[in-house]
Design a protein around this ligand. Structure first.
Ligand code: NAD
Ligand code: TYD
Length: 356
């Protein structure tokens, strides 16, 4: 079996669903179920013996180690993290706790378990760390995209905590020989994306008749990748990646935020026309994010050259699937937008009002 952390979050749940759609190999899904973890994402696996869910914190080394010894996975795929930049600005502590201390605890548990394996299992074992392109910092308009050799220059508490975790993972390979793999991926989008992030926030706010908040001038550029392409890249790296290596994952799809929002509004205008006007009328420019990175872009040629991975979706096909999914899963959106999430929305957007 494989041991997945954070498998109830956005990418983790897509990964678990895709994994079990293609393989009989069971998954132990270990997740703390923070505000971002949602077992409803995995409802399709109810009663499926190949999916074993355990609620727990990656900071709990003893619990993780006991589970590893009991279930003897051949790999750990590590998604669990605090993942939202805006939350890291308002409250960085949780990011240090989970992303840095939690990854450290997980590495310690993995090292102890791995050290007990026989030579064959030891050689086959993998620790795959899922990271982000944000560790590389920000690009100017003419800079080449991030490659695996670009120097780390994280600018937010989120990206700094992920950078720290990447360094720990690297060190466990270099020092202890733990067979680690790291992927650094660009912005994902798709089903089960929590509506605090740009694309699902815009879709759900548009349909609810609420403002569509654009930070600053909306000309920040992100490189968008459909989530199932990221999951496929992770499976490919797990299968054939070289231990100790890092692989950048991206969609070759740079877009300015305002252009993404315009596309979403136009799609919704066609799919769910308003009584009068366009969803574009709801666009509201708000105060920028402090330290906002201007541009991310990923050079994913190493992954293509060495492991033959390329994205299957274009932005057009991926965003069409995404909008369709949100339109047909309004109950999922309503569910996650209730409770704690609303308190967070108030905190994040209250201090931005009137600051266009
Ligand atoms: P997410 O916030 O949707 O999900 C994170 C999951 O981790 C949740 O299920 C949460 O309950 C769980 N979790 C949080 N703290 C935990 C802890 N201490 N112990 C156990 N579980 C815990 O995040 P996501 O967008 O799915 O991102 C998953 C991973 O991919 C993260 O490591 C993130 O840095 C990385 N990543 C994300 C993107 C993106 O665009 N979303 C891009 C590149 C890389
Ligand atoms: P986000 O989805 O938070 O991802 P990240 O910050 O990790 O790239 O944001 C994507 C981009 O959209 C980013 O440049 C910030 C911007 N943004 C807005 O303009 N308005 C919003 O309400 C949010 C959440 C993000």
């Amino acid at each position: 079996m494989i041991f997945v952390t954070g498998g109830a979050g956005f990418i983790g749940s897509n990964f678990v669903l895709d994994w079990l759609a293609q393989s009989q190999e069971p998954v132990l899904n270990y997740d703390k179920l923070t505000y971002a973890g949602n077992l409803k994402n995995l409802a399709a696996l109810d009663g499926d013996a190949r999916h074993l869910f355990v609620r727990g914190d990656i900071c709990d080394k003893d619990k993780v180690l006991a589970l590893l010894r009991q279930h003897r996975p051949r790999a750990i795929v590590h998604f669990a993290a605090e993942s939202h930049v805006d939350r890291s600005i308002l409250g960085p502590g949780a990011f240090i706790e989970t992303n840095v201390n939690g990854t450290f605890s997980l590495l310690e548990a993995a090292r102890a378990y791995w050290g007990e394996l026989d030579a064959e299992a030891k050689a086959a074992f993998r620790f795959l760390h899922v990271s982000t392109d944000e560790v590389y910092g920000t690009l100017g308009p003419e800079d080449p995209p991030f490659s695996e050799t670009t120097a780390y220059a994280p600018n937010s508490p989120y990206s700094a905590s992920k950078a720290a975790s990447d360094h720990l993972v690297r060190a466990y390979h270099h020092t202890y020989g733990l067979p680690v793999l790291t992927t650094n991926c660009s912005n994902n989008y798709g089903p089960y994306h929590f509506p605090e992030k740009l694309i699902p926030l815009i879709i759900s706010n548009a349909l609810a008749g609420k403002p569509l908040p654009i930070y600053g001038d909306g000309q920040q550029v992100r490189d968008w990748l459909y989530v199932s392409d990221h999951c496929a890249a992770i499976r490919r790296v797990l299968d054939a990646g070289r231990p100790g290596e890092t692989y950048n994952v991206g969609g070759w799809n740079e877009m300015a935020n305002l252009d993404v929002v315009h596309i979403l509004c136009d799609m919704l205008d066609r799919a769910r026309p308003k009584a009068a006007g366009s969803y574009r009328d709801q666009i509201t420019f708000v105060q920028d994010r402090p330290g906002h990175d201007r541009r991310y872009a990923i050079d994913a040629r190493k992954l293509e050259r060495e492991l033959g991975w390329k994205p299957a979706e274009t932005f057009e096909s991926g965003i069409a699937k995404t909008v369709d999914w949100y339109l047909t899963h309004q109950a999922w959106v309503d569910d996650v937008r209730s409770g704690a999430y609303l308190t967070w929305m108030e905190q994040n957007y209250a201090h931005r009002e009137g600051n266009a």
